[in-house]
Design a protein around this ligand. Structure first.
Ligand code: SF4
Ligand code: SF4
Length: 734
């Protein structure tokens, strides 16, 4: 398995600006795919009391591990980012490939593949890059601050022993107050961007954690971890629950009888080992009491992936189980939400993630979920560029409904507004009867009076905010009650939350019957055209660039060519010409993989129409000498820029070569293990040669020279910005 090497902060920063100026892209996401919020609509939500401009974001997964991933998710519209799960065991060996998004979605990956300290640095770097984007006025982002309010949600796993170690505790504390790393990275801002050093970067990165536990984690362990996080770490907590809570009979019924996924098999032991439904209710009730006593909040997340037997040929057969996501999980998890809400109504805020896409995002909003996170859908063609459509569809629906706030969207979505008002008032009445009279009872009477205005406003589908303002203006008795407006807002929010609860039944029923989630509509796999990839040239569909969650694949341009070449053999003091071959590059447009960002998840192979896998067949570019030397079993290239010399080291079929080019001096030097030949660069005429290592003769295969020269010139070509040439491209005038 290859290792991830985060890019230096200065390179990420420089690449953002240079790529934007030259190509109108950031980390390969074109400007037209940046989310541009509609300023007339308010899609904001609150999570544990913190504001976010929308409930949308990536779930802890491949889209929020590296700094560039998080920035991409943010540019495309994410405002609550559940960061990739961290854990004490940060030297995992995960079998590869690990993500199968052919159609519905399976994986065998789990927590971060970086060291804890690297993850921390990546998350802080991402937060600072987002702060820079917010302040930069770069296209599409010069929005009001209300549209760029962002929450980072930590995700930690997997047991108390690991989470309570000093290393993980320090990690959480450093996310709560990231001042030290912010200052360290601030110092790394290059001189050319010195004005950015003065920015007031966010230091309090996060005080919320979504707890991820192992499938099969016992109830008492979950309870102990959450208790520890609430008391010792002082954070708000969301407990990620498993779809097994729905029970095997119900899950199998939905998968097989309703949706027709007969190939997906579960086992009773997966359900028996996991937290049981009644246990979950009891654990949450006790923890909620603890959270409230500490002034913290407790929420639940539906859901984790579903553990199923590995029936695919995609993952290694050594893996007995795999984890289901995507369309079928959406239906299973919604049915679990219904079961949960039938039992405890709105006792806990719900974070939702299971098969979310642009089509069903509005439904999830209408059920009052926050955050609503997605993962599998972003692995499909278009990648992060699929996200803006989630928000645009929501905004369009809001406009069709004539609402400008999410609160009203939820209220009017299924026509449950008045019923929700009745329920909320009944709850308020029950609560007030146990309280003292006086001021509170006066406010309560006013609330009832407001409720009758609200009822008629809801009947006419008028904005609740207008109703609040009119009531405040028209009711002189609110004088002396400055908190009254907030009470009215809270009441309207509570009615919307109740409407979200009431919306659940009809949305779940509709979704369960919706054939877009059923097996017959989710059988197709990405088209393969029967050709095999080679180092250069392919059909240039460019799908491999956005489907890579790490932005590892990139486009470069080199010179097309077609000519015959000769090989050489150095024999003692002589250079002999030998038969060569034909070298051809058909197109200028070429693809490569930045190896430091490739964790061999396999996703680009799934969507590439040709066989072989871009990350295997296309040139692999290493970002540093240690990475190139550590991964000696990998063919690949290392481009270095010296004083007037461009240098590329390569491993081709396991053999190492070096090519140095001095373009001004019109010289090149090609070195194999046993020989070195100097050429006039423009004509490739040999000028000098020598042997090493006491050999009498050595072959010089010029195909390798030509490959290396084409990769070198292509990757350094400033026409397309990448992680290698960004070091050499002059900065835009600022
Ligand atoms: S490598 Fe595959 S996915 Fe990438 S551009 Fe070529 S054909 Fe398309
Ligand atoms: S280049 Fe391909 S295999 Fe590598 S991380 Fe990206 S999608 Fe996964």
């Amino acid at each position: 398995m290859a290792e991830l090497y985060p890019a230096p902060f200065a390179h990420l920063l420089k690449r953002m600006f240079v790529e934007y100026e030259r190509e109108g892209k950031i980390f390969d996401l074109p400007k037209r795919k940046f989310y541009n919020a509609d300023p007339t609509l308010d899609t904001s939500v609150r999570m544990h009391g913190h504001p976010a401009s929308s409930p949308l974001g990536p779930a802890a997964g491949p889209q929020d591990q590296m700094a560039q991933n998080i920035v991409l998710a943010w540019l495309a519209g994410s405002r609550i980012l559940e960061l990739k799960t961290i854990q004490i065991n940060d030297e995992l060996k995960i079998p590869r490939p690990c993500i199968d998004a052919h159609n519905i979605g399976y994986n065998i990956e789990w927590s971060q593949e970086l060291k804890l300290e690297q993850s921390l640095r990546e998350y802080v770097a991402a937060s600072m890059l987002i702060d820079i984007l917010k302040s930069s006025g770069m296209a599409g982002i010069e929005q009001s601050p209300e549209k760029s309010q962002t929450i980072f949600d930590m995700s930690v796993g997997y047991d108390l022993a690991g989470i309570s170690t000093p290393r993980v505790r320090r990690w959480i504390e450093s996310m709560k107050d990231a001042s030290a790393i912010v200052e360290e990275l601030r110092r790394q801002i290059p001189e050319e961007f010195r004005s950015l050093r003065a920015l007031d970067f966010n230091r309090q990165l996060s005080d919320t954690i979504t707890l991820s536990t192992f499938h099969g984690c016992p109830a008492h362990e979950i309870e102990s971890i959450v208790d520890f996080l609430l008391r010792e770490m002082g954070v708000h907590v969301i407990i990620k629950l498993n779809p097994t809570l729905l029970g095997k009979t119900a899950v199998d019924y939905l998968l097989h009888d309703v949706m027709g996924y007969h190939e997906i098999q579960t086992e009773q032991e997966f359900f028996d080992k996991d937290l049981q439904f009644e246990q979950a209710l009891e654990v949450c009730a006790r923890l909620d009491k603890t959270a409230r006593s500490l002034g913290r909040k407790l929420g639940v997340k539906f859901s984790n992936t579903l553990v199923v037997l590995n029936h695919s040929k995609f993952f290694p057969s050594s893996e007995r189980v795999m984890y289901l996501s995507g369309q079928p999980l959406h239906v299973v998890t919604l049915n679990l939400v219904k079961k949960w809400r039938d039992a405890v109504r709105n006792a806990y805020p719900i974070s939702f993630s299971a098969g979310i896409d642009a089509q069903n995002f509005g439904n999830a909003v209408a059920m009052h979920f926050t955050p609503i996170t997605t993962c599998t859908d972003l692995l499909r063609p278009g990648g992060y560029g699929r996200l803006p459509n989630y928000m645009q569809k929501l905004e369009n629906r809001m406009k069709e409904m004539g609402v400008t706030r999410l609160r009203d969207f939820i209220l009017f979505y299924e026509g449950n507004a008045e019923k929700a008002l009745d329920h909320t008032l009944a709850e308020a009445d029950r609560a007030i009867s146990t309280r003292a009279a006086g001021r509170e009872s006066r406010m309560h009477r006013l609330l009832h009076s407001f409720a009758s205005d609200l009822r008629s406003s809801l009947r006419q589908r008028l904005p609740t905010q207008e109703c609040i303002l009119k009531f405040m203006e028209a009711t002189p008795s609110v004088d002396g009650l400055p908190e009254m407006k907030l009470e009215l807002i809270n009441l309207c929010d509570a009615v919307a939350a109740e409407a979200g609860l009431l919306n659940t039944d009809s949305i779940v029923e509709r979704t369960t019957g919706d054939e877009r989630y059923h097996a017959k509509n989710n059988r197709s796999t990405p088209r393969k055209i029967g050709s095999h990839l080679y180092l250069f040239d392919c059909i240039n569909c460019d799908k491999c660039v956005p489907v890579c969650p790490n932005d590892a694949n990139f486009i470069y341009e080199t010179e097309p060519c077609s000519f015959d070449y000769t090989n050489y053999r150095v024999v003692n003091q002589d250079l002999r010409v030998e038969p060569g071959g034909h070298f051809e590059i058909k197109a200028a447009h070429q693809l490569a993989t930045f190896q430091d960002f490739c964790n061999e998840c396999g996703n680009c192979d799934v969507f590439c129409p040709e066989d072989g896998g871009p990350y295997v067949e296309k040139p692999r570019l290493f970002g540093s000498v240690p990475a190139f030397e550590k991964w000696a079993s990998y063919d690949g290239f290392l481009v270095e820029i010296g004083n007037h010399v461009e240098r590329v080291r390569a491993r081709i079929q396991g053999e190492e070569f070096l090519l140095e080019v001095d373009p001004l001096g019109n010289r090149s030097r090609f070195r194999t293990e046993y020989a070195e030949v100097e050429f006039e660069y423009s004509t490739r005429q040999p000028i000098a040669y020598r042997l090493f290592q006491n050999v009498d003769e050595a072959a010089v295969n010029m195909e390798n020279y030509l490959i290396m020269d084409s990769v070198l010139r292509g990757v350094l070509n400033p026409k397309c910005v990448n992680y290698i040439n960004v070091k050499t491209i002059p900065l835009p005038v600022r």
